[in-house]
Design a protein around this ligand. Sequence first.
Ligand code: SF4
Length: 65
Amino acid sequence: MSKSSIPTDWHNCATCRHWTGVAIPNAFCSWVEFDTHDTGKCMGGGFHMCSMPPLSSCRQWEGRW
Ligand code: SF4
C-alpha cells in the first residue's frame, strides 16, 4: 500500500468521474488521496471497461469534484 495525493483539478484517472477506484477527497474537495497500486475500471470514458491505475489519463477526462 502506497498512499499519494494530487489536486482534484489534475487530469488523472483518480480525479475523473469515470474512474471506479477508491479516491478519497479532502474536506474542501481540492485534493484527493488514493493508493498508487490500486486500479479502477474506466466506465464510459476513453478506456471504457479497462483497469486503470490512478495516475493514468486520457483526453476524455471529466472532473469529479
Ligand atoms: S481513462 Fe480517461 S476517461 Fe477513463 S478514468 Fe482515466 S481519465 Fe477518466
